[in-house]
Design a protein around this ligand. Structure first.
Ligand code: 2YH
Length: 272
């Protein structure tokens, strides 16, 4: 599982407005619009019902410890979406106590293995992996003008892939999954019915216009395999697309380190 580095998140807060503009240009909807689409709602509905719900972000020290800027970036993304958020002064258990005492209804916290949003009023627990998968799949659906009856090659049969497959199959896509571990892809089929397994990655790659990269592998998609109409939704960190591909992708790539995932987590945690 990829651990975010300080440099991955350093500029998130100051770039949110510009990033959102790019999303509107490339995908047709803002961060809030994509997150709302991921849960089958509208940004207005979520905002009208829940914008006053206080959200707390709790820094967690266990394992490899605090990532400078992580909690602050999560807070800024939530605030950018129009919601009220604060980072607790205390960490860990003290932070949890502080969050509840201060009236937080949704709590975000992450260690090295889990990143969750918990709605303490409803008991809903949202996993970053699955919510990110749904958020990026919603983005791909919008960017592609709908996924119905279209083939999508999903790379990576982990939690992000699980969320993505659920959304994409639910929106009528034919989902083909590749994972370096064939056993993982075979297990995936049990939880994601209708998904078909691809065994030869590089042979299959050029057949697909729509790609979903949910792997933690860098530079697996190189120039030779990118078509002029390829669209890629890529939550995987680091980016699986090689550097030389970037100029070819123009407005047909969705990728960030935290923004869509946090937005999708928040909206799913708030939605009843
Ligand atoms: O980056 C991570 C994990 N790899 C999350 C995995 C979820 N898919 N965790 C962030 C750790 C943050 C740290 N504990 C803090 O600053 O609170």
């Amino acid at each position: 599982m990829t651990r975010l580095r300080e440099e991955d998140i350093l500029y998130i807060a100051e770039s949110l407005k510009e990033y959102d503009k790019q999303l509107v240009k490339n995908v047709g909807k803002s961060l809030a619009g994509i997150a709302a689409h991921a849960i089958g709602s509208t940004e207005k509905e979520i905002y009208d019902l829940h914008h006053a719900t206080p959200v707390a972000v709790i820094p967690v020290t266990c394992g490899e410890g605090i990532i400078n800027g992580f909690s602050g970036s999560v807070q800024k993304i939530i605030e950018y979406l129009g919601f009220t958020a604060f980072v607790t002064g205390h960490k860990d258990v003290g932070g949890l106590a502080e969050a509840v005492k201060k009236g937080a209804k949704v709590i975000f916290l992450a260690d090295d293995d889990h990143f969750v949003a918990i709605n303490i009023s409803t008991g809903r627990v949202v996993d970053n992996g699955e919510a990110t998968g749904k958020g990026y799949a919603a983005g791909l659906d919008l960017m592609a003008g709908g996924l119905r009856d279209k083939d999508v090659l999903l790379l990576g049969a982990g939690p992000v892939g699980t969320g993505a497959a659920a959304f994409m199959s639910g929106h009528g896509a034919r989902v083909f999954v590749y994972d370096v571990k064939l056993g993982q892809a075979e297990n995936f089929k049990k939880t994601a019915p209708g998904v078909q397994i691809v065994r030869d990655f590089y042979k299959s790659l050029p057949e697909y216009k729509l790609l979903f990269d949910a792997t933690p592998s860098a530079e697996i998609i190189v120039k030779e395999y990118v078509r002029e109409d390829t669209m890629i939704s890529a939550p995987g960190i680091p980016l699986g697309l090689s550097r030389e591909c970037l100029p070819l992708m123009a407005g047909r790539l969705i990728h960030d380190t935290l923004e869509i995932g946090v937005a999708a987590m928040l909206f799913e945690a708030l939605f009843n």
